[in-house]
Design a protein around this ligand. Structure first.
Ligand code: FPP
Length: 247
């Protein structure tokens, strides 16, 4: 496991550069179900299993922050029964997650607009955050009712209110200040974003935070995604030469 699918000699030759923060766009659940003649919600159920497996694996290999895209601000446009099935899945998952990630010491956080969810789901989200707050393992951000443009608009409005009240001046507006007003305040920007399912799109995910992120697109539908696929993405990331606009 420690060599991410490489043999010892390969691992020694090129040391692995582990990303601190990984983002995953969990895409392809619908296509996975369609291929099997199943309803789309069956794909989401399988996707939730993959999510649990890969989250644990990220924590095991030493990733410090993992952000997964579970439900976007645009996903409400999906058919009512699919949205309903996803809400049910979130509920049953969040009930289990309270104890589920305890042994792995995983800190659970939600990014996105919680107010869009039912009071029951919101209470479960709060409970998950509350009971994992004191843990010191990997931070898992679950993006739910999350849209990056919406996140940026909220940041801008909060800064504008502070400028209006005199708490901030125009000169105080810096890149750092904007980062500090996002849901991910205090966390490092993602080093690597993985998108399974072969789509080359960012889909309103961490637009500000991903200015210098490395992207790895994989031709696997999310429910089929294995630990070995994460190993592969980490290997690809390791070989990238990050220059941040320099040479
Ligand atoms: C995108 O695939 C996936 C989603 C909109 C839902 C993701 C949710 C899960 C994986 C459930 C697990 C999450 C938690 C927190 C329990 P798609 O439906 O757009 O797939 P398609 O592009 O093949 O149609």
């Amino acid at each position: 496991m420690a060599f991410f699918g490489r043999n010892k000699a390969e691992a020694e030759e090129t040391p692995l550069v582990l990303p601190k923060h990984v983002g995953i766009i969990m895409d392809g659940n619908g296509r996975w179900a369609k291929k099997r003649g199943l309803p789309r919600k069956a794909g989401h159920t399988e996707g939730a299993r993959t999510f649990r497996k890969i989250t644990r694996y990220c924590s095991e290999v030493g990733i410090k922050y993992l952000t997964v895209y579970a439900f976007s601000t645009e996903n409400w446009k999906r058919p009512e029964d699919e949205v309903g099935a996803l809400m049910k899945l979130f509920k049953s998952y969040l009930e289990e997650a309270i104890s589920d990630f305890k042994d792995d010491d995983i800190v659970v956080r939600f990014i996105g607009d919680k107010s869009g969810f039912s009071p029951e789901l919101r209470a479960l989200m709060d409970e998950n955050e509350e009971c994992s707050r004191e843990r010191d393992g990997m931070v898992l951000n679950i993006a739910m009712n999350y849209g990056s443009r919406d996140e940026i608009v909220r940041a801008v409005k909060s800064i504008a209110a502070d400028v209006k009240s005199g708490a901030l001046s125009e000169a105080d507006i810096t890149e750092q200040l904007i980062s500090d007003r996002l849901y991910t305040a205090g966390q490092p920007d993602p080093d690597l974003i993985i998108r399974p399912s072969g789509e080359y799109r960012i889909s309103n995910f961490m637009l500000w935070q991903s200015a210098y992120t490395e992207f790895v697109i994989m031709n696997k539908l999310w429910p089929d995604f294995q630990k070995s696929d994460l190993d592969e993405a980490l290997r690809i990331y390791s070989q990238r030469n990050r220059r941040y606009g320099g040479v």
